[in-house]
Ligand binder design. Structure first.
Ligand code: SF4
Length: 258
């Protein structure tokens, strides 16, 4: 009889990440008992949308990176937010394409280095939380791999939201982003991330110059509006009823209603 470990790729255990990578911290903040699908790069939210459509009762979670979510999959991200489909998306934002050798991504800060930006990034970075909010997400929050308790709390709240929820987790890639930008090792990079942030509640009492250039962490946006799969199910039921009426002989009831 097959043992559970027979289904594991043991050569990849305990994990595939570099020492000091923040991905482990963010993943630990989520750890739950769930089934996992690995999908094509940039298509995580598209797959999740299909899963949620097929099985609306499932709790669907997407773990994605900044390149995956905001560049290749940026289209899926904004439309999932617009639809307000009940998917919880956790974006591990390490400001680079860490797993593909450190190319600059849509969240690499202006002027910072990457393997494809050897003289500094000429572009300006996305604020993923503002993007999600503007596109229609109903729960948006941000924490970091330094603020682990906050991160766990926000993930829990995102899971409770009935709609498209985004938790951005700022995290460290010491191998490419930290080394390329000469920030130092994992500890220095973690401190660099911490120093770029300010809690949204504390920020409310600070003068503008103290929050200039900082990224807000905490719960940033929460609203209620109809969720996509629920609305879709209502519509399907209505169409089915109309069709049944038509088959049952009430042919004029919809057509003559005016
Ligand atoms: S390359 Fe960067 S993101 Fe990828 S595992 Fe290593 S530290 Fe983490």
């Amino acid at each position: 009889m097959a043992e559970i470990l027979d289904y594991f790729r043991k050569e990849r255990l305990p994990h595939i990440w570099c020492q000091g990578c923040g991905h482990g911290t963010v993943t630990s903040a989520l750890v739950l008992d769930f089934d996992t699908l690995h999908t094509a790069h940039g298509r995580a939210i598209a797959f999740a949308t299909g899963v949620k459509h097929a099985k609306p009762k499932l709790k669907v979670i997407v773990m994605t990176g900044d390149g995956d979510c905001a560049a290749i999959g940026g289209n899926h991200f904004i439309h999932a937010a617009r639809r307000n489909i009940d998917i919880t998306t956790i974006v591990m934002n390490n400001s680079t394409y860490g797993m593909t050798s450190g190319q600059y991504s849509p969240t690499t800060p202006h002027g910072m280095l990457g393997t494809t930006a050897p003289y500094g990034n000429v572009e300006f970075d996305f604020d993923l939380c503002e993007l999600a909010k503007a596109a229609g997400a109903t729960y948006v929050a941000r924490a970091t791999s330094f603020h682990v308790t906050l991160l766990q709390d926000l993930i829990e709240k995102a899971l409770m939201n009935k709609g498209f929820s985004v938790v951005e987790a700022l995290t460290q890639c010491p191998t490419y982003f930290g080394r390329k930008n000469k920030i130092g090792g994992p500890v220095e990079l973690l401190n660099w991330i911490k120093d770029r942030t300010v809690n949204v509640k504390a920020a409310a009492a600070l003068p503008p110059e103290k929050i200039q250039g900082k990224m807000l962490i905490g719960e940033l946006h929460k609203v209620e509006r109809p969720e996509y799969t629920a609305t879709y199910a209502e519509m399907t039921t209505k169409i089915q009823r109309t069709f049944n009426d038509y088959k049952g002989g009430n042919r004029g009831c919809e057509l003559n209603s005016d």
